[in-house]
Design a protein around this ligand. Structure first.
Ligand SMILES: [Zn+2]
Length: 345
């Protein structure tokens, strides 16, 4: 297995582990990082966690030259493979990392920037927030992978001059020539766009007995950071009308929130059990969590709640289009319609 035995890598591994443990910067297996060393791009492997960077090999080596040659010809269809032919696959964003000329590149779905990147006018929001010594560009939403890499390559005449590439409805890419510079820039950017928490979970009615039929399947989250989605009217409205704000959300939480009133919970139990959503937002009460919900799904729901409570006052987030969501889920139209029907309770 591949892990770089170099000091360049060691420094980045420590930064990745620290950043990966901060839920306001990285959620679950999201985000990725890379560094370039001679003709090798070391990039995070798909499905691994930045938080584990110092515990196990999460980076794979990719031959940079052939990838760059194809990108220079405008061929973004290339799917880079690990140079050692091992089991780990390079991140879906490997092309994006290869495109950036800087030695170190970090891509995260950080909550505070996301709260602005899902808004109507992220360009104006960042222009107002960022200092003049941060060089940045903004890329509209594109599907992660080839489409996004192509859009990033067209976003600036000189990507090498950019400290920050903002990805609308997705996240940020920070680039630097040294790890300490990368660390400093990330901290500076986050500090400049920090968003205050605007919404809080109101007290529940306390009447939340769980219908017997659901008791073996669901339990109350008992986490106010999640329960705000059901116990704040604005947050609940957001979940109903602007559920998918960025790609990982669609992949882990599906195309629609499942919401239900406490009064209807018992009557809807058979439908809920049949459809088995990971989470049910019970209006005014809290979030019911399925016993089978994965850790990744829980982390994504918390990510959504963290973003929603930090949306600037009066901002109306722009959700991904239904066609973009279907594309992310690799669903045909019929399967997509069925899933929407299943969420209408
Ligand atoms: Zn991403």
């Amino acid at each position: 297995m591949s892990i770089a035995p170099t000091s360049h890598g060691d420094d980045l591994l420590a930064l990745c582990a620290r950043v990966g443990r901060d839920r306001l910067l990285v959620q679950g297996g999201g985000g990725n990082a890379s560094w370039k060393q001679a003709d090798t791009l070391w990039v995070k492997a798909s499905g691994t966690r930045l938080s584990e960077a110092e515990e196990k090999p999460i980076f794979v080596a990719v031959d940079l030259q052939p990838v760059r040659e194809r990108l220079q010809k405008g061929d973004f269809s290339t799917q880079p493979k690990a140079a050692d032919g091992g089991d780990l696959r390079p991140s879906i964003e490997t092309l994006l990392h290869a495109l950036m000329p800087q030695k170190y590149v970090l891509h995260v779905h950080a909550i505070d920037p996301l709260a602005l990147l899902v808004g109507h006018n992220p360009r104006a929001a960042f222009a107002a927030a960022l200092p003049s010594d941060i060089a940045w560009c903004l890329v509209d939403y594109f599907k992660p992978g080839a489409d996004l890499a192509q859009a990033v390559s067209a976003a600036a005449d000189d990507l090498g001059a950019m400290d920050l590439v903002l990805l609308a409805n997705h996240g940020i890419v920070v680039a630097a020539e040294t790890v300490s510079e990368l660390d400093k820039k990330l901290a500076q950017i986050i500090a400049c766009v920090r968003q205050p928490v605007q919404l809080k979970a109101s007290a529940s009615s306390g009447a939340a007995g769980l219908p017997e039929a659901l008791a073996g399947h669901y339990a109350w989250s008992k986490d106010e950071n999640l329960d705000v989605l059901a116990r704040d009217a604005a947050a609940l409205e957001m979940a109903k009308t602007a559920w998918v704000l960025y790609p990982d959300h669609a992949v882990f939480l599906g195309p629609r929130a499942v919401c239900c009133s406490l009064e209807r919970l018992g009557g809807e139990a058979p439908t809920l059990i049949e459809n088995a959503p990971d989470f049910i937002l019970v209006e005014g009460e809290g979030v019911l969590v399925s016993g089978t919900a994965t850790q990744a799904a829980r982390e994504q729901l918390l990510c959504y709640a963290d973003v929603v409570v930090r949306l600037p006052v009066d901002s109306r987030p722009v959700p991904l289009k239904d066609s973009d969501v279907a594309d992310l889920l690799d669903w045909d139209a019929e399967k997509y319609r069925q899933s929407l029907a299943a969420a209408q309770l």
